[in-house]
Design a binder for this molecule. Structure first.
Ligand code: TYM
Length: 323
């Protein structure tokens, strides 16, 4: 039977421990969307390979990310959960998309320009450059209507939309046009140390982020060292807004500023820990049973392959490949 529900697709890279940036900007919203939409969520391991990985750690990160998504509340019964590299169609469609993109369309993207100017040249490989084509393939394979992402990924989803239009114009209707779904609050959780920088899994400074697995003491001490006043003693509005946003994401409530900043930070730390505690408890049970996690994701990729291969077949037929 044809589903009338809209299709949702989103993914997270297994490139380290998930942060509250990922959780509040994306994953917590995905959990809500599962009941309303036809959702597919992927652990985007091909994407993570654009940064050099140590095989053993990479393997563990993929598995832990799979478990973490379930621990956060994604349900293998309600949604299709899968690992990207299990569905070969992603790599194949990405190659086809690359042949339809101009160099400058990739070169001018904010994220690429940021990486190029902030990372050592030997770390900027060609996959970082073509990364948005793979991301467009991820999205377009699943007839996706909505892509729930944080603000940093909006531009990539807009590019996927341009690609969908381009293919449909050149070859006749193939792809559904995707729209980014960016939440009002939580879409840009900033570093605790520098409110002009995004909180990131890969920031060298551990104090900049709260990992979803940080214990209560670590969370309290990271918040207590969070930047709030500039050296001249002035309260930083951006830092304050960031902390207030984090509190809102954790509790659904607005916070009143306390005169005593230590108390203010302690209130936020406690709220975040209370929010993360059930996830940590779920995770500690799940991670003991690797076979069960792998089985969930294997079933998910079997389901994902049906749609992905069908879309890819249509693309190849429309483009003139022989089958
Ligand atoms: P990734 O793994 O960096 O992040 C996963 C999701 O978390 C969001 N996010 C944030 N939101 C708010 N504040 C932050 N500090 C923050 N940091 C990360 C991201 O916007 C994202 O929604 N390229 C993607 C993964 C991907 C994907 C896709 C996403 C691959 N294919 C197809 C959507 C559709 C990425 O690197 O996300």
């Amino acid at each position: 039977m044809l589903s009338l529900k809209k299709n949702v697709f989103a993914a997270v890279q297994p490139s380290g421990t998930i942060t509250i940036g990922n959780y509040y900007g994306a994953i917590k919203k995905w959990v809500e969307l599962q009941d309303k939409f036809n959702c597919s969520f992927s652990v985007a391991d091909f994407h993570s390979l654009s940064i050099r990985q140590t095989p053993k750690i990479f393997n563990q990160n993929i598995l832990r990310t799979c478990a973490c998504l379930i621990a956060c509340g994604l349900s293998p019964q309600k949604s299709t959960l899968f690992v990207q590299s299990d569905v070969a169609a992603h790599a194949e469609l990405s190659q086809i998309i690359n042949c339809h993109l101009e160099f400058d369309e990739l070169f001018n993207l904010d994220q690429f320009r940021f990486i190029k100017s902030n990372y050592a040249q030997n770390l900027v490989n060609s996959a970082i450059f073509t990364y948005p084509s793979l991301m467009a393939a991820d999205i377009l394979l699943y007839n996706t209507n909505l892509v729930p992402v944080g603000e940093d990924q909006r531009q990539h989803v807009e590019l996927a939309k341009i690609i969908a239009k381009r293919f449909n114009k050149m070859y006749g209707k193939i792809f559904t046009s995707p729209e980014p779904l960016v939440p009002k609050t939580g879409s840009q959780i900033m570093s605790l140390q520098n409110p002009s920088k995004k909180m990131s899994k890969s920031d060298k400074n551990e104090l900049s982020r709260i990992s979803i697995f940080d214990d209560e003491n670590t969370i309290t001490s990271k918040f207590s060292s969070a930047f709030l006043d500039s050296p001249d003693g002035k309260l930083s509005k951006d830092a304050l807004n960031n902390l207030a946003q984090i509190y809102f994401c954790a509790t659904g409530k607005k916070i009143q500023m306390e005169k005593d900043h230590k108390i203010f930070k302690k209130i936020i730390a406690k709220a975040v820990y209370e929010d993360l505690k059930p996830i940590q408890e779920n995770f500690s049970v799940l991670i003991k049973n690797e076979d069960r996690i792998k089985k969930c994701y294997k079933e998910g990729s079997d389901k994902a392959k049906i749609t992905a291969e069908k879309t890819l077949k249509t693309v190849k037929e429309k483009l003139g490949f022989i089958s």
